[in-house]
Design a binder for this molecule. Structure first.
Ligand SMILES: Cc1ncc(COP(=O)(O)O)c(C=O)c1O
Length: 489
């Protein structure tokens, strides 16, 4: 079994990250290593007899092996039907037969809170290939996905009452959980290219005490934003990074959709064949918008990566990347909160990754990108075909699973009668669409500051969760609901 090493230390030209430990919360400052966990390093040491920890013997585990059948990363076809050979592997109980696997006697035992070393090493190498963090001593710690990672970040970097910035429209769990725990959540303006740097600068430069404490961190879903579908351009990322340097904010990038990046939507079907014509891994990696992590010379970024959207949500495995001093605290918190990620997941994921290899995993991601491009193209074609531009507008997303359709509520015949209440119009459309058989999410459900009103409303839809033949029907029904609402009778 390989052992995990610290990263970036092999390259003498890189600088140490900035010391940013003043951002630690009281909880982070007070957390101490679990003394019992510290004894695990002696597990498997032939020179020691351990009478220390409550580890059940592996021969009492009822699982003697676990078998998985998985896809070849290249066996995708463009019409969404997977073809070709699946292959199987068997994860054994014992190390001596393990080969490409993390044996069950290790993964099903209490184990490293950072994640099992071979899996952490694989994810570290992947991170190095994709993001190449530009400082010494960055690290990777496994999580149970980004929901869990965000909870850890909040605990370690904010005291209740501290202010965090989030995009004005946001996938609800991050801001609802932060609100519930007593953090001060303040929205930041965004458009289809993500957060607008100038508006962020204005917000910070004119910060008033009445808005709460000066912000400590910026939380952003920067690629394929949920719910708007927007993606932050490289230029804006660089500008935002500089603003966060100037005002000493940490950046938390929540990136489950990072690899679902696509070429821009092409209206003419004949020209689409050039889509996704990636010639090499290098070409693929270079085609990705650089992450905040990639430009993070200070070590002020915590990147939250998840396998939920590219492998499966139920594996409940993700990872955080950041400067080692920060991540040591994440490991400490893991010790007390989760012990370690699920052992079956770690063994099965490592078994998959060790057989695919780094390039096989990239093949898988490249193929997913093609699949989502087809879905995105189809969804936008259907919007163009059915939705009336008189009261609705949209942009084609370049990443992720979501599109949004903006509606001008002021054009609704009952707008005046309803006291110019755009949310009442949103509700009418939602109910009518539901009646017609299409569920689509009202934009206000994602609104961080519920007191802000506008005559523009929007609905979030996805092309991920639906077969293409149903997507057309779903869009047609939504379009009919809109037409009925916006007609005069
Ligand atoms: C922006 C964002 N963050 C986090 C999550 C949840 O991620 P995970 O399954 O890794 O907890 C989602 C899921 O939809 C999401 O859209």
């Amino acid at each position: 079994m390989t052992h995990h090493t610290t990263n970036g230390s092999d390259n003498g030209e890189l600088a140490e990250p900035k010391s940013l430990t003043h951002h630690f919360s009281d909880a982070a400052n007070n957390i101490v290593p679990s003394p019992l966990k510290a004894l695990y390093k002696y597990t498997g040491d032939p020179t020691k007899i351990s009478l220390a920890s409550g580890l059940p013997p592996a021969e009492y585990f009822p699982f003697s092996s676990v078998q998985a059948t998985v896809h070849d990363p290249n066996k995708f076809s463009e019409d969404l039907a997977r073809v070709g050979e699946d292959f199987s592997f068997r994860v054994p109980l014992n190390s001596k037969d393990a080969g490409l696997d993390i044996p069950l006697e290790l993964s099903l035992q209490y184990s490293a809170s950072q994640g099992l070393p071979p899996l952490v090493d694989f994810l570290t190498e992947h991170t190095r290939m994709v993001h190449t963090p530009p400082y010494k001593n960055w690290d990777v710690v496994c999580t149970l996905g980004n929901t869990h990672a965000w909870d850890s970040v909040l605990t370690l970097f904010c005291n209740p009452g501290d202010t965090i910035l989030v995009e004005k429209y946001c996938y609800p769990p991050p801001f609802v959980s932060a609100n519930g725990k007593g953090y001060n959540v303040v929205p930041v303006f965004l458009d289809m290219d993500g957060i607008v740097p100038e508006k962020l600068e204005i917000l910070l430069a004119n910060w008033q005490q009445s808005q709460g404490k000066f912000p400590r961190l910026l939380y952003t879903i920067c690629t394929g934003q949920n719910p708007t579908g927007s993606s932050l351009s490289e230029e804006r990322r660089r500008a935002i990074y500089q603003i966060c340097q100037k005002y000493d904010l940490l950046i938390i990038e929540d990136e489950p959709y990072y690899f679902l990046q696509m070429d821009p939507y092409e209206k003419e079907v004949e020209k689409r064949s050039q889509h996704c014509s990636l010639q090499s891994y290098e070409h693929f990696l270079n085609s990705l918008i650089p992450s905040f992590l990639k430009m993070d010379v200070d070590g002020r970024v915590l990147r939250m990566d998840s396998l939920s959207k590219v492998i499966a949500p139920g594996v409940r495995v993700g990872w955080i990347v950041g400067q080692k001093v920060f991540l040591e605290k994440v490991i400490r918190l893991n010790e007390y909160v989760i012990q370690a990620p699920n052992g079956f997941s770690q063994s099965l994921l490592y078994g998959l990754f060790s057989r695919w290899g780094q390039t096989g995993y990239l093949d898988w991601l490249i193929n997913l990108r093609k699949e989502y491009t087809i879905r995105r193209d189809f969804a936008i074609d259907m919007i163009e075909k059915y939705i009336d531009k008189e009261y609705a507008s949209w942009d084609a997303p370049v990443a992720g699973m979501f599109f949004h359709i903006e509606i001008d509520a002021s054009k609704h015949p009952k707008y005046e009668e309803l006291g110019k209440d755009a949310l009442a119009i949103e509700k009418l459309i939602f109910d009518r669409s539901l009646e017609n058989g299409t569920v689509i999410v009202p934009g206000s459900w994602f609104q961080v500051d519920k007191s802000m009103t506008s005559e523009k409303i929007f609905f979030r839809g996805t092309y991920a969760a639906v077969a293409l033949k149903n997507l057309e029907q779903g869009m047609k029904q939504f379009a009919e609901a809109l037409r009925a609402e916006f007609s005069d009778n």
